[in-house]
Design a protein around this ligand. Structure first.
Ligand SMILES: Cc1cc2nc3c(=O)[nH]c(=O)nc-3n(C[C@H](O)[C@H](O)[C@H](O)COP(=O)(O)OP(=O)(O)OC[C@H]3O[C@@H](n4cnc5c(N)ncnc54)[C@H](O)[C@@H]3O)c2cc1C
Length: 443
């Protein structure tokens, strides 16, 4: 048993939380307000990443430090939260014990599983090896370097444009893919402007840049209203994004994407925003999981059959009012974290747990400069255009952890809005420059 568990006096209940994301961190903070609870917060990273803004790191609008926050700093004002940097590799749900990759194990009176999501490639040949998913900070940094590597390559040898150096393909037209396409369209607009990158990459044929958005469904932003979908599609098209709907990606090769409709697009940058499943830990729990590899939880967020075990956020299928699983959203994760903490405190007090009730504040998506869609509240009051754009900036800045993070994000957004250059355009993964262009000729 670990020191942290051994040290807890009998009257103090020990809660082990796996994952310091939206769900785990909110749960830990609420529990920590009770001095009779001691929390061990385990995460494989020493930071909480703010996923809604990953695409802004990938498009060099924000720096990684704008969207990732040190967990120890987040927890430092709570003496009863012990943050541990550790990857959990297996879990014994019965004894509420987790095993970590570095050989440690932690046993709690309560165990909270909040390990989030990872990309789901749905078995698409070549996708795992040849695409850039956008679900973690490392993903965003790698993609940023890849895009910059493409500019450098095309600037060095413009014949590489024929091999797709300036073709960027985004798979999945949900909020992540649509936001990425819109941000990219803005970035490309900046590249083409005389004031911007055209000055930095002299004589590069930026006008040959192409952005493709591909989805097997029949609309962009399928979770939104038809008018929001039409608005988004129109804005993207006007800004130069080529939208391919109703066609699946059949295969991703090292220098191309093959679509089910039969076309083949040369490219070395395929961004995968095609779907999510529970993080890999869900395969090591010794129980059968539900849709997307997530744990089907009871309405009080407990894992059926295991006393004192909860699952939250993206790691769980949490039923909404209509009985269908709620979507993987930061607001669901945050609220489930708080509800779980409440139920653990009720368990300790020997009182009945309360069911989780999701307060739906609505959904929003950014399409690019001055363009966004929002559906506010349970009754989905619709906003679009500059008003929704301003609302998006406000809501996302408000969600950022510290005042400093909010100010920095606003400064960067304002800088970009008024035409500033992308200072965060740093190619810090030189391996992204290693591209075998010869492969394409043979394909
Ligand atoms: C690109 C993108 C854009 C999004 N945009 C929005 C948006 O605009 N609005 C919105 O509401 N939601 C949005 N979401 C969804 C939202 O970010 C998630 O629903 C939310 O982050 C889920 O919170 P979570 O705590 O369940 O998981 P996460 O925030 O993913 O946290 C999980 C944590 O678990 C850790 N972890 C995983 N496995 C292990 C392990 N084995 N051992 C130890 N630690 C582990 C991870 O390091 C991570 O810190 C977006 C998501 C993505 C990917």
């Amino acid at each position: 048993m670990t020191q942290s568990a051994e040290q807890a006096p009998n009257s103090v209940k020990h809660v082990v939380i796996v994952g310091g994301g939206f769900a785990g961190l909110h749960c830990a903070r609420k529990l920590a307000a009770d001095p009779n609870v001691r929390v061990t917060l385990l995460d494989k990273n020493n930071y909480q990443q703010f996923q809604p803004l990953l695409y802004q790191v990938a498009s060099a609008l924000l720096a990684p430090s704008n969207i990732a926050f040190n967990l120890r700093v987040e927890a430092k004002k709570y003496p009863n939260i012990d943050v541990r940097l550790a990857e959990v590799v297996s879990v014994d749900l019965k004894s509420r014990t987790v095993q970590t990759a570095n050989g440690g194990h932690h046993q709690g009176d309560f165990l909270v599983l909040a390990a989030g999501s990872q990309a789901n490639f749905f078995g698409t040949p070549g996708a795992e090896q040849n695409t850039y998913p956008l679900y973690s900070l490392q993903d965003a940094e790698r993609l940023r370097s890849r895009v910059l590597a493409m500019l450098e390559s095309a600037h060095r040898d413009q014949s590489l444009i024929d091999k797709g150096a300036l073709n960027f393909i985004i798979v999945g037209a949900g909020p992540t893919g649509t936001e990425m396409a819109g941000a990219f369209a803005d970035v490309v607009h900046g590249w083409k402007s005389k004031k911007g990158s055209a000055k930095m990459y002299k004589d590069l044929a930026f006008e040959r840049t192409q952005i493709f958005l591909v989805d097997g469904g029949h609309a962009v932003l399928s979770a939104f209203s038809p008018s929001a979908q039409a608005y988004a599609a129109n804005k993207l098209t006007t800004r130069g994004v080529e939208i391919h709907l109703g066609t699946r990606v059949k295969e991703v090769g090292s220098g191309y994407v093959a679509l089910a409709e039969g076309s083949r697009i040369p490219t070395h940058t395929v961004i995968w925003a095609g779907g999510l499943k529970a993080s890999s830990l869900s395969g090591n729990l010794g129980i059968s999981t539900g849709h997307g590899g997530r744990i089907d939880v009871e309405n009080d967020l407990t894992v059926p059959g295991f006393t004192g075990v909860y699952a939250l956020g993206d790691f769980a299928n949490i039923a909404g009012e209509d009985g269908r699983p709620l979507p993987q959203l930061g607001s669901v994760a945050e609220q489930s974290g708080k509800c779980c903490a409440k139920n653990i405190l009720l368990d300790i007090a020997g009182e009945p747990r309360v069911p989780f009730q999701y307060l739906d504040k609505g959904i929003m998506a950014m399409i690019g400069r001055n363009a966004a869609v929002a559906e506010v509240g349970k009754h989905r009051h619709e906003l679009e255009g500059a008003v929704a754009f301003a609302a998006w900036l406000g809501v996302h800045a408000a969600l950022l952890g510290s005042t400093r993070a909010k100010l920095e994000a606003f400064m960067e957004w304002a800088w970009a809005y008024f035409g500033g250059s992308f200072d965060a355009a740093i190619l810090d993964r030189p391996e992204e420059l290693q591209i075998n262009w010869k492969d394409d000729a043979e394909e």
